[in-house]
Write a protein that binds this ligand. Structure first.
Ligand code: MAN
Length: 355
């Protein structure tokens, strides 16, 4: 049984965001990083856009030229392999993946966090050669008086995770790639544990020894990460495909609360498989120890906006704001929209068991 939702609210649809250029359409406004600044909830939303122009017999694949603008590589249809997954194609000659869209990040102000107040022009766009296919899926952690944003950087060199920081959500300082390909779902803990900063990350093994699973690492400066340990590999039926950190961990009684995602291994090859959310409690001082975990997901795709979209049946938690008796959990829905779900605090904490 999933948790009862006190409320769920669709915050943003792609149609709410104007395309950033002519001849492009917004296909997703999803997977938002979440922070509170000056008493207001702000989202850094992943905006995915794709070209609208069509050329008979060709597939348009967007790419940022570092230091310049966005360009489109037109590949002949015969030169690419298309699958059931609309997000990417494979280039026949090289066997490499290209995305059919490109993503950038855009700041949206949400007042008390339950509705959109302003879609701003503040953007974090791809800039470096390691970001040429897009920047995606930001997670935000306030450490001291700065906000640190981990985000996915996609390029011909693979899918890595980079770090940026800001004090005001107007200008951003890029701190470079912190986890090399393939690694995503990186979230930072909001304070040092002992002498170290701590991150959860999710390497994707290239050999079939294992599936994509959650790891934990330490750093003395937030940019050089080491002392890695394996943390969690799924185990229940809803998380047989892949697992990854969702919201940055928050401190609760007895440890750290981590709300993560699990993907059920798809039956059809090329399909994506349902994404659900679960929760785990990590030890306060030794966060590589899982004290308790939810056996069943706390959320599965149930609303129309979670079930129908660019990638159907996805709830992808990316940030949490604690209120007095509840949590506002922010999520990407169906790789298309942003939503916020309110969950009862006691019910969520009580759903985690020693497994
Ligand atoms: C996966 C999905 C996509 C994403 C690519 C690259 O295919 O998460 O949304 O664009 O990886 O990160």
């Amino acid at each position: 049984m999933t948790l009862k939702r006190r409320s769920d609210q669709l915050l943003l649809r792609p149609s709410h965001i104007p395309p950033s250029r002519e001849n492009f359409e917004v296909v997703g406004a999803f997977n938002p990083g979440v922070a509170q600044i000056d008493g207001e909830v702000v989202l850094l939303v992943r905006v995915a856009e794709r070209p609208t122009e069509e050329r008979e017999g060709f597939v348009p694949l967007p790419r940022w030229v570092p230091g310049k603008a966005l360009t489109i590589d037109w590949l002949a249809e015969d030169d690419v392999i298309q699958s059931n997954d609309p997000r990417s194609v494979q280039v026949r000659k090289t066997g490499r993946t290209r995305l059919t869209y490109t993503s950038y990040l855009r700041l949206v102000r949400c007042g008390d966090g339950r509705s959109v107040r302003e879609i701003t022009d503040i953007q974090l766009k791809p800039e470096t050669e390691l970001e040429e296919f897009g920047v995606e899926d930001p997670r935000i952690t306030k450490i001291g008086d700065r906000y640190y944003i981990t985000y996915v950087a996609v390029s011909r060199y693979g899918v890595s995770t980079a770090l940026a920081s800001t004090s005001d959500f107007r200008s951003f300082t890029r701190l470079g790639v912190i986890f090399c390909p393939e690694n995503k779902d990186v979230v930072l803990f909001p304070e040092k544990i002992g002498k170290d900063y701590v991150a959860l990350h999710r390497p994707v093994p290239g050999t079939p020894f294992n599936r994509p699973e959650m790891w934990i690492a330490k750093s003395i400066d937030l940019t050089d990460w080491g002392r890695h340990r394996w943390l969690h590999g799924g185990g229940n039926d809803w998380e047989t495909g892949r697992v990854g950190a969702g919201a940055p961990p928050i401190r609760v009684d007895g440890g750290w609360l981590e709300i993560y995602h699990g993907n059920r291994r798809p039956r059809r090859p090329g399909a994506v498989g349902t994404y659900s959310a679960g929760a785990m409690l990590l030890d306060a001082d030794e966060p590589w120890k899982i004290l308790r975990r939810t056996e069943r997901p706390i959320l599965t795709p149930t609303t129309e906006f979670e079930r129908i979209g660019f990638v159907p049946n996805v709830v992808f938690p990316t940030g949490v704001i604690p209120l007095e008796n509840s949590y506002l959990l922010y999520l990407g829905a169906a790789d298309t929209c942003c939503a916020v779900v309110e969950l009862d605090k006691a019910e969520l904490l009580g759903a985690m068991k020693e497994l």
